[in-house]
Design a binder for this molecule. Structure first.
Ligand code: SME
Length: 160
């Protein structure tokens, strides 16, 4: 059993530091990418409040394909440049979207989603996956969330 308990009400930098250490610990010495993504999605879901979806899309054959996640069933394949995830994958840049309805081409997998954060996972300069977080709250994510998930993506680039 793994028992990682986020401190209630912790400031975001402390919360993300704890999340990073928990993800590092739970994936230490484990080469299986699916197992590592599954546990990381569960950790994100446990640590971060006000999410309705948290998980991975992997770059497979030039498109994003659904990976392990916590949340409702989601669209399986996303083309490069499509939606928020495909934009993050195509540009290699984090996408911080305060209002998904204002994002051209946003793909609605869960009608409850109002804001979204997508961070590319890069290895040797290439995007190999994205981490996607959705929230039912508008403007749920800010620069501290982006920095926290980017640190997680950097560590995870060598564990998936
Ligand atoms: N909203 C995403 C699609 C993935 S779901 O949010 C899980 C997008 O526009 O790419």
């Amino acid at each position: 059993m793994y028992d990682f308990t986020p401190i209630p009400g912790a400031p975001k930098p402390a919360l993300y530091a704890d999340l990073l250490e928990a993800a590092r610990a739970i994936t230490h010495d484990e080469p299986d990418a699916v197992a590592n993504m599954a546990n990381c999605a569960a950790l994100i879901d446990q640590f971060l409040p006000d999410l309705n979806w948290a998980g991975f899309y992997r770059m497979v054959g030039g498109a994003l394909v659904l990976g392990p996640f916590a949340g409702k069933p989601a669209c399986i394949r996303i083309g490069l440049g499509q939606g928020v995830c495909g934009t993050a994958a195509a540009t290699g840049e984090t996408q911080l979207v305060p209002d998904v309805h204002a994002f051209p081409g946003h793909i609605a997998c869960d009608a409850a989603s109002r804001s979204e954060l997508v961070v590319p996972v890069k290895r040797d300069g290439a995007v190999i996956a994205v981490i996607d977080l959705d929230s039912p709250l508008p403007a749920r994510f800010d620069a501290e969330d982006a920095a926290g998930i980017e640190a997680l993506a950097a560590m995870f680039a060598h564990r998936i």
